[in-house]
Design a protein around this ligand. Structure first.
Ligand code: FAD
Length: 389
């Protein structure tokens, strides 16, 4: 087993575990403060990878997330200029009628951004700080709350151990950092899978232009089902179909896919293309959605959870990443308040942040409501889907 001492000079070492959206942004926040920042990510460098796997192709960036990006000086140039403003939801009725519902006042909008591009830009921004090092192909296996010693698995079966003053768990909904919390007394934890899954389908451009009006978040509300579509810079739309797993499983042939779309989303068939639908529906299985709540978010002065590692939420409020980005600002503000004294900052962060993140999780779940009276099934009150903040 290799062993490396991270400490350089006498600066404190902050280890950020997970270089997804929240981890990469967080690295910038800590680097800006002058800590020695070491980022550990299980995947290879997505800027060099041929295929980038993620949880959704694009997502809605709102005011909350943009404020955090602004704090590290990367809101406008790299991100907003590459996003597509969505001023309103566009509701598609069964008959094909389209009705816009604005998000707010004239001029207000949320932005459709490419997840992979946002993640790449954040990694590049983190790397511009000389006090930050990105370590890819490092999968956290275990760590000690007493010493801050972490053990990582490397691709060819070897292991590395490193130590840090503070470990920041940004390793997503199935966080390995959080596992250590579960072994401790007075740690509250709950996890709920909803019966719905999601599947992404691509709507290609028509005659070189967007197949639908681009500055909208398109929604096809269908009781227990829902499809949404967000625009991309290459003039495609990413359509996301949400429905109960048992419904996904009922469809097993190309003809059944077309029959299903004919019944529920007839206007989408010519836009996506019947042949594409027949093929793409079976490309990947539907993905599960989990809601995770826990508290507190810290252990002593050694470790803190942020982003989905602290609060994975269902996507019906469009706020998972945005809330994770806001975690970074809130933590940064508390660092100012308590002169970077981790023993005071971490408990204060849990005290302030847990109720707000739980509220976001509840709002997201509220947009996806269980109606026992409706055939004992779930349906969406999605009309509020993807709100401003
Ligand atoms: P992740 O993005 O999951 O990143 C975690 C990182 O940690 C990954 O890079 C992973 O490889 C790494 N990692 C995991 N385990 C280890 C380990 N053991 N060691 C080292 N590294 C590890 N949010 C919005 O704000 N707006 C939206 O419109 C929106 N739409 C969504 C649509 C869908 C279908 C889904 C599923 C989610 C959506 N979200 C949206 C939520 C958003 O995707 C998440 O909140 C966001 O990705 C959380 O970022 P994160 O960095 O905390 O976690």
């Amino acid at each position: 087993m290799e062993e490396s001492a991270l400490r350089r000079e006498d600066k404190k070492v902050v280890a950020v575990v997970g270089a997804g959206l929240v981890g990469a942004l967080n690295a910038c926040f800590f680097a800006k403060r002058g800590f020695e920042v070491e980022v550990f990510e299980t995947r290879e460098d997505i800027r060099k990878a041929k295929v980038v796997k993620g949880r959704s192709i694009n997502l809605a960036l709102s005011h909350r997330g943009r404020t955090a990006l602004k704090h590290v000086g990367m809101e406008d140039k790299q991100i907003v200029s590459k996003g597509i403003p969505m001023n309103a939801r566009m509701i598609h009725s069964l008959s094909g009628k389209q009705s816009p519902i604005p998000y707010g006042k004239k001029g207000q909008y949320i932005l459709s951004v490419d997840r992979a591009n946002l993640n790449k830009e954040l990694l590049t921004a983190a790397e511009t700080y000389p006090n930050t090092k990105l370590n890819f192909d490092h999968k956290l296996q275990d760590w000690s709350a007493e010493t801050g010693l972490m053990t990582f698995a490397r691709p060819h079966g070897s292991k590395t151990q490193t130590q840090a003053d503070l470990i920041v768990g940004c390793d997503g909904a199935f966080s390995a950092v959080r596992k250590q919390f579960l072994r401790r007394s007075r740690f509250n934890y709950s996890q709920t899978y909803i019966p719905h899954g999601y599947m992404e389908l691509t709507m290609r451009p028509r005659n070189g232009e967007f197949a639908m009006k681009p500055n909208y978040l398109h929604i096809w509300p269908r009781n227990t089902f829902m499809m949404i579509a967000l625009p991309n810079l290459d003039k495609t739309f990413t359509c996301t179909l949400f429905m109960p797993f048992e419904e996904f499983e009922k469809i097993s042939t190309g003809d059944e896919v077309i029959e299903f779309f004919q019944k529920y989303f007839p206007d989408a068939i010519p836009l996506i293309g019947a042949a594409t639908l027949r093929r793409d529906y079976f490309r990947l299985p539907a993905q599960a959605m989990v809601s995770v709540k826990c508290s507190p978010y810290h252990i002593g002065d050694k470790c803190v959870l942020m982003g989905d590692a602290a609060h994975a939420v269902v996507p019906f409020y469009g706020q998972g990443m945005n809330a994770g980005f806001e975690d970074c600002i809130v933590f940064d503000e508390i660092m100012n308040q308590f002169n970077e004294d981790f023993s005071a900052v971490l408990p204060e962060y849990s005290r302030v942040r847990v109720p707000d993140d739980h509220a976001i999780a509840d709002l997201a779940m509220y947009n996806y409501v269980e109606d026992k009276n409706y055939n004992n099934s779930y349906f969406f009150v999605f009309i509020n889907t993807l709100i401003q903040q």
